[in-house]
Design a protein around this ligand. Structure first.
Ligand code: SF4
Length: 376
């Protein structure tokens, strides 16, 4: 099972309550960003190019709890920055768990092994480890040699200690689907509960602007990766969102589905864009011009976006909003398909790995902006 039954039940009853209350727009997962500081400087990341005083600022545990209560979602994802660099992260996680939130703490796992004792295993807590592919690919993608091995060791240690461990993999142009499939095998063999995979977003602040995927390329890549899939692979994304990535169905964006709260406030309109901030969740919902976003809006910033933070909530809404969606989802969970596809098989066999181009390293990320990692 990709997520525990209790989690699936909590999310299903939450969404049904929103539907019965007639709410057209409701959030599904709070994206809580308690800091932007990181111990990596990935070329495809748009989050850590802030000045030093911003990178040094943290949300307090009280601010985090207030945001979780204001928005009321059953799930809280904690990205960043690297959450394990936040000195009060164990307190934040414990407080969210005490509020019965299902927490996905996103981490590059460089510090996971040494900080694991600060957390308690719980059905409400999952470490969501960021791993972009096999060793060579991941180290290249995060611009850190040895990062893959440290993360894998962190995963194994956390699994052995009884924690829920999931992974998230972001793919950029040049990803090799055969390598990604081997990567999935390695993750499942390491004992992860389930995996998430999503295309990277074209952050205009990211230092490398040449490796983001357009929609047609994304669909081709995900069709090659996710068709003819192995029964041993478990994914924690909604099955219809995976079909969206493979080009089998279309979803418009639901930018309010995963609202983002950070040291700046509630970010308009989504995790990826920064068109201003609201002081409260209510203000975010009421004052954002939602019609300006999503592929249909014609907004060029949304044209190539297929990321999970915008589109997975659309799959969930379709799931609970229509009888057809409900039946299709039930079928996908009860009789999971391996998506047999001869064309996709051919694509895999004929795929020529792109020549590795050096990714642009972030400029100005000085040593004192980046906290030392144990072992440095
Ligand atoms: S399409 Fe992407 S960038 Fe645009 S609002 Fe949705 S999630 Fe944000």
């Amino acid at each position: 099972m990709a997520v525990p039954v209790s989690q699936a039940w909590t999310v299903a009853t939450y969404v049904l309550k929103q539907k019965l209350a007639g709410r057209k727009r409701y959030p599904l997962v709070l994206m809580l960003e308690p800091l932007f500081r990181c111990n990596l400087a990935c070329a495809g990341c748009g989050k850590i190019q802030y000045p030093a005083h911003i990178l040094k600022t943290d949300l307090s545990p009280e601010e985090c709890f207030k945001a979780a209560e204001e928005c009321g979602t059953p799930m809280v994802s904690i990205p960043g920055g690297e959450p394990l660099l936040h000195p009060q992260m164990p307190e934040i996680v414990a407080g969210l768990v005490a509020r019965k939130k299902y927490v996905y703490m996103c981490t590059n796992a460089l510090l996971l092994k040494e900080k694991l004792h600060l957390f308690k295993p719980s059905k409400y807590l999952s470490f969501s480890v960021h791993l972009d592919g096999e060793k060579e690919h991941h180290d290249f993608s995060v611009c850190r040699e040895g990062g893959h091995d440290i993360a894998m060791e962190g995963i194994r240690t956390a699994v052995a200690a009884g924690f829920r461990v999931t992974t998230n993999t972001t793919l950029f142009d040049g990803a090799d689907p055969n390598s990604v499939r081997r990567h999935f095998d390695q993750l499942m063999a390491a004992g992860v509960e389930s995996m998430m995979v999503s295309p990277g977003y074209t952050y205009d602040k990211a230092p490398d602007q040449n490796h983001f995927l357009g929609k047609a390329k994304s669909r081709r890549l995900f069709r090659a990766i996710l068709s003819n899939r192995k029964k041993s692979w478990e994914f924690n994304t909604h099955p219809l969102f995976a079909e969206f990535l493979m080009g089998k169905r279309n979803f418009e964006c639901t930018p309010w589905g995963m609202p983002t709260f950070s040291i700046f406030g509630w970010q308009k309109p989504c995790y990826l864009l920064q068109d201003g901030y609201a002081d409260s969740f209510k203000e975010l919902m009421e004052t954002t011009e939602w019609s300006n976003y999503g592929a249909k809006s014609g907004n060029p910033q949304c044209a190539n976006c297929m990321v999970h933070s915008g589109h997975e909530a659309s799959a969930v809404d379709y799931n609970f909003g229509t009888l057809k969606g409900f039946i299709e989802t039930a079928k996908a969970y009860m009789f999971p398909s391996t998506y047999p596809d001869q064309e996709a098989e051919k694509l895999l066999n004929e795929w020529k790995p792109a020549h590795a181009m050096p990714l642009v390293q972030i400029q100005g990320a000085t040593k004192d902006q980046l906290q030392p990692v144990s072992g440095d």
